[in-house]
Design a protein around this ligand. Sequence first.
Ligand code: AKG
Ligand code: FE2
Length: 223
Amino acid sequence: MIFSIPSVITKQEIAKITSSLAEGEFTDGKLTAGWHAKLVKNNQQLSKQTTLGKQLSEQVQSALNRNNLFQTAVRPKSIHSILFSRYDVGMSYDRHVDNALMNNGRMWRTDVSFTIFISSPSEYKGGELVIEGADEEKSYKLEAGSAIIYPATTLHRVNPVTQGTRFVAVGWVQSLVRSASDREILFDLETARRVIFTRDGKTAEFDLISKSIANLLRKWAEV
Ligand SMILES: O=C(O)CCC(=O)C(=O)O
Ligand SMILES: [Fe+2]
């Protein structure tokens, strides 16, 4: 399931992040890419070890942790390896798949990838995130503060920026529920139970769906 979350980061936060990034120390993005992704990765990244890098990562983590849609659809065990990337004119990240495992203090699996757009679409040209499906590709360029969430299993790319600068925060999630199709079943059941609750309250149907959600989570969750 590919989905977007509008305004996961508020406008005020975006303004602060943008002015911090202007002062930030950026290094070659190839430093954090796997050997084949290095061949196609041409961007810059905020140094992770700096106070600013750590502080901004924590800000992204807490924004995602307070977001209901993200929690319900992704069921994160760990939101990890957050990076702030910068694409100036001519920079891009050509077709690649993200590493299955990332070492960020400890080894985490990447079930879900996300991009949070920091720059607004009017600030740069090109720079679309393009995600390949079985027989079509889809292109995303969202408002500042909005996020696109997609399975880490996909081939994807960032088109060359032809004008301006594109800042994004990217990161990965190890989910409690490894399988994307299992996560989708839980998400649909959760959505249905909320609709029933809002419309009719805690009915017998609501109780049965709640029981199914709890029991599927017992089957599927890796804690
Ligand atoms: O910048 C983006 O939207 C995605 C970048 C990407 O694919 C990556 O960092 O692995
Ligand atoms: Fe990627």
